[in-house]
Design a protein around this ligand. Sequence first.
Ligand SMILES: C[S@@+](CC[C@H](N)C(=O)[O-])C[C@H]1O[C@@H](n2cnc3c(N)ncnc32)[C@H](O)[C@@H]1O
Length: 426
Amino acid sequence: MSDRRPGRRAHVGTDARTLAWRVLVRIDKDGVPLQAALRSALDAPDARGLEDRDRGLATECVYGTCRRRLWLDRVLAERIPRGLPSDVEVRNALRLGAFQLLLLDRVPAFAAVSTTIDLVRKVRGERVAGFVNGVLRSLERDPPSRLHADRWAHPEWLVSRWATEPGVDLAARLAANLAEPPVSLRLHPSVRSAALPGLGPTAQPAVFVVQEGLSSHTVRDWVRQGRALPQDPASARVVEWVEARPGHRVLELCAGRGVKTSQLAETLGPSDLLVAIDVSAAKLRDALRLVARWAPTVHVRALAADASQPLPLAPHVRFDRILVDAPCTGLGVLRRRPEILWRRTAGDIGVLAALQRALLTEAARWLAPDGVIIYAVCTTTPEETTQVLDHARNALGLTIERAFDTTPERDGQDGFFAARLTRRAP
Ligand SMILES: C[S@@+](CC[C@H](N)C(=O)[O-])C[C@H]1O[C@@H](n2cnc3c(N)ncnc32)[C@H](O)[C@@H]1O
């Protein structure tokens, strides 16, 4: 469904909905993670003039459309005899229009439809705009049932899995995954005691939740100034469990962009050894930049390497504390990374569980006799949590001292699982 003609792709000026549409197209077409695509669009020069209100609307449209994408696609496909268009730009305009029309109460129906039509007209011309108009008008006249909306916003394999998993309140979990999570910030130790205005406490002493009324502009400023870092309390709890102290040699196997590395560095000194490893050199560069700002006295040694293979570290070195914040299916953070809803497949679980076992096996090789490993994932599947611990116990001879898990529906936090492992006898 496209009447693309040379020169037809007119420049579209940035307003909230156009920005949201561009982000949705990029996520769909290039497979970019939502957070990265949205951040780069909001930071782009042509978005600088956007008011906070418009930035908020664009953000709400991107997250809302992605959280409900599977349901929206189903609803749209029912209204289009030939199914959803293959043209990624038209498809995402339809999703965005339908999201605003059906799910965003504060946008009047005429605005949802007319802004979508204007956008499609600019990039695809009158004929395609007419088609989109017809589909959206049909949704407006005869709105679809919302009876199974939460369920159908999730892939069937996941719903079936949770429906039979002991202890899972399915309806509560589905609803929590689709809800807007609170914004929480880990404060820099230098401002923690004074507590910044507009923040409330969480279960983690270092993490505060942004209260209603505090502008996103202020939050962005704090982050830019190095006074705060977005982090969920459950993620911060993982690092607290490491109990890194001066004198410890600390190893982090999957450091990523360094959110947890910076927290580890808070309790270490200039002469302590902190080694950060990740398979991605680009992420490690970000991690180094972050720690250099957050804890400038701590010297991080970064190594880009596949940590599921023998690591090229000095053969005699052993670590008192090892954090394995392993790559995982991310099913505990769907509310923050909704693209997982359609990117993840059931087959990924086994692949990732094998990688997690390999990472833990390598971690165990570098553990000092009295050392501690914290194994963590932001997911809830038994394969990636308790079954990895079975491997730690049975194949690696480690002792599971304690473990915790959190879920959005029970704790209001991201879904994390973490365990403290040692070589000590129980
Ligand atoms: C859960 S994320 C880590 C998040 C990070 N610890 C933080 O708090 O910001 C998992 C990380 O594992 C990395 N990774 C994936 N496979 C890896 C491997 N084989 N060896 C080392 N790192 C790997 C990914 O690049 C990703 O950054």
